[in-house]
Design a protein around this ligand. Structure first.
Ligand SMILES: Cc1cn([C@H]2C[C@H](O)[C@@H](COP(=O)(O)OP(=O)(O)O[C@H]3O[C@H](CO)[C@@H](O)[C@H](O)[C@H]3O)O2)c(=O)[nH]c1=O
Length: 349
């Protein structure tokens, strides 16, 4: 039996990874460690919470002694580390929260794994999930590859870049067996409505302004979250030690074009006249240090591990929009419930 620790498993991407591992690998014991901050939500895992190979642990990766004891107690064989503060706008307001969770939290986990596996690294693996934002901003041309230099611009991406460096340093210095992936923008069910797609779906439903930063001509590469989880499964099991893989959707959209598309889908779903939702588009002050364009060259994971997205953007958006329309309670809980303090402050002014 393998014991796998998944950190941040109650969050958006983490919950999809936990579900995939719990349902696909009945021979593994999956431990989901999550601090249940505003973005962590056990409702995301209600369908698998009683599975015999699943254990939820409420805890904080910044708590060094808790993490040390946890590793001693459970003797994990693998770690899939997704716990992170992830929202760029929040990092601009409170960089230290990002240093604590993303840097110190990651180093706590690395230390615990290194100690636990000091005498035998056979079959052990530390998998760090990171972001394409560590590479900084592209101009109109080019793609991020695994050899692109790091050039982070926001406190969020600086914290993730730092954590990536720590993971590689532990590989070089202590021989820690690791793999690392840098992924583009995810979307899909369970995404907290502070990020572009779920925020705008929620605002269209509730007839609130759609705040497009700057001129809206910023470009992101969008990937359906379930396809990211499939990639994580593949890299965890078949990725080569000490290697990095970029994961992307081969799917670039300018923000304003994406928002227009979303508005037309929502008009259709909500039975509104064509153009009704787009009237909510409001250009607002730009995000400071806003990266112009992210675009991933996902050829390495495609060629070496045979991964590619399983759904088109149209299919993924259809699933996502339907999920939000069918899960009004989830949306209501995260925007008005006990975890919603930040949300209320930011978006319900
Ligand atoms: C929330 C919000 C965002 N935007 C813009 C900013 C970006 O150009 C684009 C997407 O913004 P966000 O949804 O915040 O995502 P972004 O900053 O690209 O970062 C995401 O994607 C990254 C991967 O690229 C992840 O590492 C981050 O955790 C994740 O938050 O939309 C708006 O124009 N208005 C908004 O209200």
């Amino acid at each position: 039996m393998k014991k796998i620790l998944i950190t941040g498993g109650a969050g958006f991407i983490g919950s999809h990874v936990v579900r995939l591992f719990v349902t696909k690998y009945s021979e593994y014991q999956i431990y989901n460690l999550d601090a249940l901050t505003y973005a962590g939500n056990l409702e995301n895992l209600a369908d698998i919470e009683n599975e015999p190979n699943y254990t939820f642990l409420k805890g904080d990766i910044t708590d060094e002694s808790y993490i040390t004891n946890l590793f001693e107690k459970h003797q994990f064989d693998g770690v899939i580390h997704l716990a992170a503060e992830s929202h760029v706008d929040r990092s601009i307001e409170d960089p230290m929260a990002f240093v604590k969770t993303n840097v110190i939290g990651t180093v706590n986990l690395l230390n615990a794994a290194r100690k636990l596996w000091a005498n035998n690294t056979e079959g052990k693996r530390f998998y760090h999930i990171s972001t394409d934002e560590v590479y900084g901003s592209l101009g109109a041309e080019g793609l991020f590859t695994e050899t692109t230099s790091y050039d982070p611009n926001s406190p969020y991406s600086a914290s993730k870049a730092s954590s990536d460096h720590f993971v590689r340093a532990y590989g070089e210095t202590y021989g820690l067996p690791y793999v690392l992936t840098n992924c583009s923008n995810n979307y899909g069910p369970n995404h907290f409505p502070e990020k572009l797609i779920p925020l705008f779906i929620n605002n269209i439903i509730t007839n609130k302004a759609l705040p497009v930063y700057g001129d809206g001509n910023y470009t992101r590469d969008w990937l359906f979250v379930v396809d990211h989880a499939r990639a994580i499964d593949l890299v965890f099991h078949e990725g080569i030690n000490h290697e990095t893989y970029n994961i992307g959707g081969f799917n670039e959209w300018k923000n304003i074009d994406l928002v227009q598309l979303l508005c037309s889908i929502m008009d259709d779903k909500l039975g509104r006249v064509v153009g009704e939702s787009a009237k909510l588009i409001t250009y607002v002050k730009d995000r400071p240090g806003h990266d112009l364009r992210y675009a991933i060259d996902a050829n390495k994971i495609n060629k070496q591990l045979g991964w590619e997205p399983s759904v088109t953007f149209e299919q993924g958006l259809e699933i996502t929009v339907n999920w939000y329309l069918n899960n009004a309670d989830w949306l209501n809980n995260v925007t008005t419930g006990e975890y919603a303090t930040y949300y209320k402050k930011q978006y319900l002014k």
